[in-house]
Design a protein around this ligand. Structure first.
Ligand SMILES: *Cc1c(COP(=O)(O)O)cnc(C)c1O
Length: 222
């Protein structure tokens, strides 16, 4: 099946108010362009080098989302062009994004990545860390980042009940953070969860953004 057919299949399963980030990591710029020409503007990548390359090759009105773990020393590469960094998993990283964004006079949309999966390997904040950080209020002084919501991943498993309960938990964390710290910030409204194998469940549990790669572009060759 073609990329465009796959893309439309995924789109047809999403309610109008749910945004689709097409995850193009490990796929060539030609594949991105095919999806772009079919109207897709939002793309997700996880490796800075690959992103740098694609940004140079592809149309400038693409909105790029960084979705993979980001090292602080790579922040300055992507800050000139990145729309959203979904994978903010430490305070140190958030501070570095703010600093580098200030140099280039931009405001970067950031999602706090929160750990809800049982797997050991997943990056992300503990919810307690998030609360402790936001509670002391210093994020209010970060003028070059805009905290727009949360991102998370469920455990990679066939057990849909487990996946659903992890998404429910992430939604609960989102609601708690909204109520406690972002009540008056209408831009804090994004809940990014769901990938190829579990995005339907994520949508049922309140995702506003899903991140889908394999179902659009096919299997990645590492
Ligand atoms: C790779 C990746 C995705 C997309 O995964 P698929 O299973 O190919 O849809 C989504 N989110 C994150 C954080 C990823 O790293």
């Amino acid at each position: 099946m073609s990329i465009v057919t796959n893309l439309n299949n995924v789109r047809n399963q999403l309610p109008n108010n749910v945004k689709l980030v097409a995850v193009s990591k490990f796929h060539p710029s030609e594949a991105v362009l095919e999806a772009y020409n079919a109207g897709q503007q939002l793309f997700g990548e996880s490796r800075v080098q690959e992103l740098d390359k694609k940004v140079k090759e592809l149309p400038s009105d693409i909105q790029w989302h960084q979705i993979g773990h980001l090292q602080t020393n790579k922040v300055k590469n992507i800050v000139p062009y990145i729309d959203t960094i979904q994978s903010v998993d430490s305070i140190k990283l958030l501070l570095e994004i703010n600093k580098q964004a200030e140099y280039v006079e931009r405001v970067i949309n950031c999602f706090l990545e929160i750990k809800v999966a049982q797997e050991e390997s997943k990056y992300g904040f503990n919810i307690d860390e998030c609360f402790a950080f936001l509670d002391q209020g210093s994020h209010l002084e970060l003028k070059n980042v805009r905290i727009c919501g949360v991102m998370g991943m469920a455990t990679y498993t066939d057990d849909n009940n487990q996946v659903r309960s992890e998404f429910k938990l992430l939604k609960r964390y989102f609601d708690m953070l909204k109520d406690s710290f972002f009540k008056d910030q209408s831009y804090f409204c994004e809940l990014s969860m769901g990938m190829s194998h579990d995005y339907q469940i994520a949508v049922e549990e309140g995702a506003t953004i899903v991140r889908v790669g394999t179902s659009i572009f096919g299997i990645r060759e590492y």
